[in-house]
Write a protein that binds this ligand. Structure first.
Ligand SMILES: NC(=O)C1=CN([C@@H]2O[C@H](COP(=O)(O)OP(=O)(O)OC[C@H]3O[C@@H](n4cnc5c(N)ncnc54)[C@H](O)[C@@H]3O)[C@@H](O)[C@H]2O)C=CC1
Ligand SMILES: O=C([O-])CC(=O)C(=O)O
Length: 258
């Protein structure tokens, strides 16, 4: 049986996922359509995705998870989320992860090592997870920043710490850049153990995430240095491939967790 896939969002991640699916990168999975932003009078629509798809992949942002996620799950569809920070909201988290009958899957996205953290959270205890993320300053400019803050950031000659805090604080201020922090909390099964720092670094040749997890089953020190996505310097080029890997597992062609 073919797994029918719909996408919400066709930016850097969504357009690459579409290309990969069309090229057969996830055997057993087939692209049914891409939900456009705004006007849906022509072409594919969210309603068409609800009717035709088995799994809908969100690659559009935190607001799109809020807007579409609960309706998909209530309709019995599966949802694969990239904007994991949306799940900082406890009621949305419940709707997506507990209410069913649809299922919510979370991509590993820009990170590695989430599997070990999930296993340690289930089988042991996690006392602390820290993550330090570094991106180029231009990728971290936000609509809420005033002109002076933007100018200072863009002309910085040294690394600048932008924010330190937990998943909710980070996603509120940098919703397109700190989903990995929420992914760590969900992997740990604990929103209180994760502390993050976001750094704008003019010398950053790649986007990097340095995760350190202290658990009763071991200490994991995970460093990922990702190439930026060609279409969006704020997103790592790895992410669409992580999404497609997830779809491949859902289509069950390989039957493998790794
Ligand atoms: N879990 C992870 O490790 C990562 C997650 N992300 C998440 O993925 C999201 C997408 O990333 P990119 O593709 O790089 O962003 P992008 O900005 O290149 O593309 C987003 C696309 O979604 C579209 N869109 C927004 N709202 C929509 C709606 N309601 N309906 C249909 N389309 C809509 C936009 O028009 C845009 O074309 C980010 O906002 C971020 O939340 C990004 C990087 C890593
Ligand atoms: O792509 C990345 O490196 C991470 C990212 O934007 C996010 O976590 O939202």
């Amino acid at each position: 049986m073919v797994l029918k896939v719909a996408l919400i969002g066709s930016g850097a991640i969504g357009s690459r996922v579409a290309e990969l699916l069309d090229a057969g990168a996830a055997p057993g999975a087939e692209l049914t359509g891409v939900v456009p932003r705004g006007d849906t009078r022509t072409g594919f629509s969210f309603e068409a995705a609800l009717e035709l798809a088995d799994v809908v992949v969100e690659c559009a942002g935190v607001a799109a998870v809020e807007e579409f996620g609960p309706r998909l799950i209530a309709a019995g569809k599966d949802l694969l989320v990239t904007s994991i920070g949306a799940l900082c909201d406890a009621s949305l988290r419940k709707a997506l992860l507990e209410d069913g009958p649809g299922r919510t899957f979370l991509t590993t996205g820009a990170l590695g090592g989430l599997d070990a953290i999930t296993a340690a959270g289930a089988g042991g205890t996690i006392s602390r997870i820290t993550v330090e993320s570094r991106k180029l300053p231009a990728a971290l400019i936000q609509p809420w920043m005033d002109g002076q803050t933007r100018a200072d950031l863009l002309s910085a000659t040294h690394a600048v710490e932008l924010l330190r805090g937990g998943p909710s604080e980070l996603i509120r201020a940098f919703p397109k850049s700190t989903n990995v922090v929420s992914a760590l909390a969900l992997a740990a099964g604990n929103w209180d153990v994760v502390q993050a720092v976001l750094i704008a670094d003019p010398a950053a040749k790649q986007t990097s995430h340095h995760v350190r997890a202290e658990t009763s089953l071991g200490t994991f020190d995970i460093r990922v240095s990702n190439e930026a996505s060609p279409g969006n310097p704020a997103s790592s080029a790895l992410v669409p491939h992580a999404v497609v890997r997830g779809l491949k597992t859902l289509a069950n062609a390989s039957g493998s967790f790794i």
